[in-house]
Design a protein around this ligand. Structure first.
Ligand code: SF4
Length: 482
């Protein structure tokens, strides 16, 4: 998971990019960067390891002058965590820089495409999908003489997987998205004073709509799956082409990754989470309500799921665990050791909150189970009488190949233990998950528009050999066996 930003036609564009990236910092905390185009048409970039406030500080923003800028926050999924893999990438050819690119998502056919380009003599500086996308576009444009729009469209057709991408080229800005729309990408507008026809000036892009309000922009719409948008000074935004395939929006964005104040895939994130909580509560009619029952989230991503549960059950809602906000998301830390340390630093139980309480503890998902085991033990140690774990997603049984760093199948606890064994391992009194079938009711009429592959193995692009390694049947994975 990463985040992208783009700003067109506003002086000090890199400052706005930095603000958007700060609002979507939860999508990546390892590195970040921005590129801007100055008044003389030269591109200047800055990137580094660390958070937006440190890397893209005010001095850096002042150096990145100009009215067009793109930026990126990264957590590593493909390629290691270092500065070379940070984005945006400036793609240079013999005659100097021609474009800058930032992208969110992973490609399934990265290896195959990179091999092909290396065979054509292309030299890579990173192991990053965004650089690959940029180099393919540059090759088609410069070597094959295609227009930029044609080069992007041809590249878009050849890539398999997830990409929500912004590209700066000369005085233009492009935004495009993979044909399935795995990852979100929204377009917003900063109103300009004065009259006249609306033009591209004041147009912004962000991975999530929560990045718009911070710079005074309003949400216009999502970049559609398979769409290419072109922004040119003084002209309206042009939808150059739109070639969608079967929608496959990542349902985990709604459950966990995105901020609750975002709107994406036609859904409002916090409302979806409240519906998930209500769905879990509806299955719990055997768990009696009472004065000693308290519903609480593992903060913050589960807050609205717990709220939805408590409302539906008409039970007390409490925040028994305090979260230290100076510790980042433990999920997106790259090693188990850093994740374990993160849990200890991150949560602390409120004094005198738990004794005598039956706690319905809500979490968004169980991946390895190691962090949740520590949290359950913390709540038990603080005096909870009973702990009933309720999980706002189905069992995670498969890795993600579209831009989320989930572990291998063997590391996923749901593949190693039965439900009862997981409950015992975590130390809870009861444990219930959402079911894959619940998405029908949670996303009425839209279930098929969402990817749920990490829960049901129904990968639209199953990796080579996946079906053979799979012991849970999947219609699509079965089809993939040669
Ligand atoms: S596999 Fe899971 S995390 Fe990956 S895109 Fe699909 S739903 Fe999202």
């Amino acid at each position: 998971m990463c985040g992208v930003a783009g700003v067109f036609g506003i002086e000090g564009a890199s400052s706005h990019v930095a603000s958007i990236l700060f609002a979507i910092q939860h999508r990546g905390q390892e590195s970040c960067g921005a590129v801007a185009r100055d008044a003389r048409g030269r591109m200047h970039g800055h990137k580094g390891m660390g958070l937006v406030k440190q890397v893209l500080n005010e001095d850096v923003q002042a150096r990145l002058s100009g009215s067009t800028s793109i930026g990126h926050v990264r957590y590593p999924t493909a390629g290691c965590s270092d500065e070379l893999n940070s984005q945006p990438h400036i793609i240079e050819l013999d005659h100097g820089p021609i474009m800058a690119i930032a992208s969110n998502g992973d490609l399934i056919n990265y290896g195959e495409l990179r091999q092909r380009l290396e065979g054509d003599g292309v030299v890579f500086k990173s192991d990053n999908d965004a650089e690959l996308i940029g180099r393919i576009i540059a090759l088609y444009h410069v070597r094959d003489g295609l227009s930029m729009e044609e080069a992007i469209a041809r590249t878009q057709r050849e890539l398999k997987g997830a990409f929500s991408t912004v590209v700066m080229y000369r005085d233009l800005l492009y935004a495009f998205r993979d044909p399935h729309g795995f990852r979100p990408l929204v377009m917003g507008h900063i109103p300009r004073t004065g009259s006249g026809e609306p033009t591209s000036e004041g147009t912004v892009f962000a991975s999530e709509s929560c990045g718009l309000g911070i710079i005074g922009a309003r949400l216009l719409r999502e970049v559609k799956p398979g769409e290419i948008l072109r922004l040119e000074a003084g002209k309206p935004v042009v939808s150059v082409s739109h070639a969608p395939l079967e929608p496959k929006h990542c349902v985990f964005e709604l459950i966990y990754f995105s901020r609750p104040d975002s709107q994406e895939f036609g859904e409002t994130v916090y409302q979806t989470r409240e519906r998930i909580g209500a769905c879990l509560a509806a299955k719990d009619d055997h768990l009696p309500n009472g004065e000693d029952l308290v519903v609480m989230p593992v903060p913050d991503s589960s807050n609205f799921i717990a709220l939805g549960y408590a409302k539906a059950k008409e039970a007390e809602f409490g925040m028994g665990l305090l979260r230290n906000h100076y510790v980042g998301r433990t999920f997106i830390k790259p090693t188990q050791a850093s994740r374990d340390e993160g849990v200890k630093q991150k949560f602390n139980p409120l004094p005198d909150f738990f004794p005598g309480k039956r706690v319905v503890l809500i979490d968004d998902s169980i991946v390895r189970g190691t962090s949740l085991k520590k949290i359950v033990s913390m709540v038990r140690g603080a005096g909870a009488k009973e702990i009933h774990l309720r999980i706002g997603s189905p069992k995670v049984i498969g890795p993600c190949y579209y831009g989320i760093d989930t572990p291998t199948r063997d590391e996923l606890i749901a593949n190693r233990m039965t439900g009862e064994e997981i409950r015992a391992y975590l130390g809870a009194d009861s444990l219930e998950w959402l079911e894959v079938g619940d998405f029908e009711g949670l996303l009425p009429g839209r279930r098929k528009d969402f990817c749920t592959a990490c829960f049901d193995l129904d990968y639209i692009y199953p990796p080579e050999g996946f079906a053979e390694k799979t012991n849970v049947p999947s219609a699509r994975a079965e089809e993939a066996i040669p």
